[in-house]
Design a protein around this ligand. Structure first.
Ligand code: AHG
Length: 338
């Protein structure tokens, strides 16, 4: 087999980036490679999800009498494991866990990053074979290096992320991550088991024609959101339309598509849940960071997501994210309804 040397693997790419910064310690590159490893392991299990009838349902005992771990718990264990055993992470916060985990060993206490993640977002879609994903945000800790990390390291606004990314387990498996220098996408090549650079320097098109929202909640959204959705439905070719509505109920897939093709994703608050459903720290902040670096915008309908000072780990937030022009038009509708 001939090896195509034009293809860069995730490891090669992160090392290449590192070479451009001789003063860099390589900790961030190492951390991203660790997450790439967890993603590969999770991918193997996600791909077996359709075989639950044969291998045993998650959370039960299979025909061989073995315990079958729930996939989201498995994904959480893998993410935690690679970060704990790596050399770059002092502790983690996970959507699956009530509180942060401080690694507290000599190497971890000397590491400068903490990571917040949702190990398996959209897990309600697993048994119907719809794309799901892992989402993560990386923060430089504010506590003293050499000591265990603290809660303050995790309760930082999203603008302090140094990197953020997601893995989408879909028709192919992709890892997309962004730093302030840009957003790059890597597709898993199953033949060599490596993520290969497939989408260099991703830019979110400023104009798009896809809007993604749960229409079932329409009458529970506020007036501004309803006004914008109605405007989306009324678009014609004379005013930038027509628009198309796409919502699969798996945020990683929905936001990934809109990032590449141009579009807006909305999970607004409703009359019964004013802060919506999504978690600020694990879902909104990473996507807001990636989208902004790619040229788009993200808000909670009132302020920039990345400026929100979190007060608790699992807090929820309304979320609007996507192409700049569409976000600007949304703002006009929200302001008019004030
Ligand atoms: P879960 O991980 O519990 O399946 O939630 C998925 C999230 C997100 O990925 C998706 O966009 C949203 O919930 C869908 O929620 P609705 O069904 O309320 O639209």
């Amino acid at each position: 087999m001939q090896i195509n040397r034009n293809i860069l693997t995730l490891d090669e790419f992160t090392l290449q980036q590192l070479r451009e910064f001789p003063q860099a310690t390589g900790e961030l590159s190492s951390l991203l490679r660790d997450i790439g490893l967890a993603a590969k392991r999770i991918n193997v299990e996600v791909n077996k999800a359709g075989l639950v009838d044969i291998l045993g349902d998650y959370g039960t005992t299979n025909v061989q009498g073995e315990d079958v771990k729930k996939l989201d718990i498995y994904a959480n264990t893998q993410m935690m494991g690679v970060l704990k055993h790596g050399i770059s992470c002092a502790g983690i916060g996970s959507e699956e866990l009530d509180d942060v985990v401080v690694f507290d060993d000599e190497v971890s206490n000397n590491s400068k990053y903490v990571v917040l993640f949702d190990p398996l977002d959209g897990s309600g879609n697993i048994d119907v074979n719809i794309s799901i994903g892992t989402i993560f945000g990386v923060y430089r800790r504010v506590s003293e290096i050499g000591k265990p990390c603290t809660r303050e390291d995790f309760l930082q606004p999203g603008k302090r992320q140094v990197a953020a990314g997601y893995i989408v387990y879909g028709s192919s498996t992709m890892l997309v991550y962004g730093t302030r220098r840009g957003v790059n996408g890597f597709t898993l090549d199953p033949a060599i088991g490596e993520f290969c650079l497939s989408h260099p320097n991703i830019k979110c098109p400023p104009a798009g024609n896809i809007y993604s929202v749960n229409h079932g909640h329409f009458f529970r959204y506020n007036e501004g959101v309803r006004s914008y959705i109605t405007a989306c439905q009324q678009k014609t070719k004379d005013n930038g339309g027509p628009y198309t509505q796409r919502y699969i109920g798996s945020m990683v897939a929905d936001v990934h598509r809109n990032l590449i093709k141009g579009g807006i994703f909305m999970y607004p608050g409703t009359t019964d849940k004013p802060k919506g459903k999504l978690r600020l720290m694990y879902e909104c902040n990473p996507f807001a960071f990636i989208t902004e670096v790619a040229g788009g915008r993200a808000t909670n309908g009132i302020q920039r997501i990345l400026d929100i000072q979190p007060t608790e780990l699992h807090q929820r937030s309304a979320f609007f994210v996507g192409s700049k022009d569409m976000m600007d038009e949304l703002d006009t509708h929200l302001a008019k309804a004030q």
